[in-house]
Design a binder for this molecule. Structure first.
Ligand SMILES: Cc1ncc(COP(=O)(O)O)c(C=O)c1O
Length: 290
């Protein structure tokens, strides 16, 4: 959903784009100075990654059949459409989702094989871009697809395409690189017993780390210092934003925690940080980032 203003900015910078609407192709082609080549983003039509299992099912994090990408069976039509606008399609792109688990590999291999066949059918296509998707474990039962398995399966599924001279593979890993790149340290400011349980409140919320509230992805939550003696407490850990969903964890087992203690929340990079907001005027995060 790019504006002309966005597109002009990319043209000024000489950025190669993967576009996924006729509208963007048409408007990009009309901007003087655009590159002669363009990529097409395709809808993988498979649903893998976070948001696809029952526990985290959440249409907001699903990619297959979502708002992104041309349907696979429209590729040739879109290549022709681009050609009519004076654009040569040199890249086919798709992004399957994020936090892809090892168990999704057979679906991915099947998809990548079809992707390679599509690429081979269009002589002007020199790059297949497989997007991102690699993740980090969030829950004990998580088994993220490993880099080795991902790379091996890609090399295997795309081999016929990649062995042709001049053809290449591109990828866009994000979460895998930066999600584990930091931890969020918060201070406990409230310990309150209510009929719904013991609520522990901290001085940060989903304005700073959205994993739990927005995606339903649990965080690792631990005391910063060696745990206090005493029986574990079962608590709900709440953030300081005026939204009922601003809860980092429910029914979390913690060592005894007192007001003033510090907790570590992990991970906090990638979406945790980049989706920061100034909601409730907390933190001025966005202004600081800008
Ligand atoms: C087109 C595209 N490429 C790459 C990424 C990064 O994906 P990840 O962080 O899951 O590796 C995203 C994330 O939304 C994306 O939309």
């Amino acid at each position: 959903m790019l504006s002309d203003r966005d597109l002009r900015r990319f043209v000024d910078q000489g950025v190669h784009l993967n576009l996924d609407t006729r509208s963007a192709l048409r408007r990009y082609a009309a901007i003087p100075g655009h590159l002669p080549t363009v990529g097409l983003r395709l809808d993988p039509q498979v649903r893998v990654g976070w948001g696809e299992d029952q526990q985290t099912r959440n249409a907001r994090t699903s990619y297959g059949g979502s708002k992104f990408g041309f349907p696979l069976d429209q590729v040739e039509e879109m290549v022709e459409y681009a050609r009519g606008l004076g654009l040569v399609v040199d890249t086919l792109h798709m992004h399957v989702g994020w936090g892809v688990q090892a168990g999704a590999l057979p679906q991915l291999v099947d998809l990548w094989r079809r992707f390679a066949m599509l690429g081979a059918q269009i002589p002007s296509v020199s790059t297949l871009n497989v997007g991102g998707g690699l993740g980090v474990p969030h829950r004990p039962e998580d088994e993220p697809l490993s880099v080795a398995a991902w790379a091996g399966a890609l090399a295997d599924s795309l081999s016929a395409f990649l062995q042709t001279p001049g053809k290449s593979l591109a990828c866009e890993p994000g979460t895998f690189l930066v999600a584990p790149a930091g931890a969020l340290i918060v201070e406990v400011n409230t310990v309150e017993d209510r009929p719904s349980g013991r609520w522990v409140g901290v001085d940060a919320g989903h304005n700073i780390n959205v994993y739990a509230a927005h995606y339903g992805i649990p965080l690792v939550i631990l005391p910063l210092l060696p745990p206090r003696e005493g029986p574990a407490m079962r608590v709900h850990l709440a953030g300081n934003i005026n939204e009922a969903n601003d809860v980092f964890a429910r029914d979390l087992l913690l060592p005894p925690v007192l007001e003033g203690d510090l907790l570590v929340l992990y991970p906090c990079g990638a979406y945790g940080a980049s989706m920061a907001s100034d909601h409730c005027m907390r933190g001025g995060v966005v202004q600081r980032l800008l």
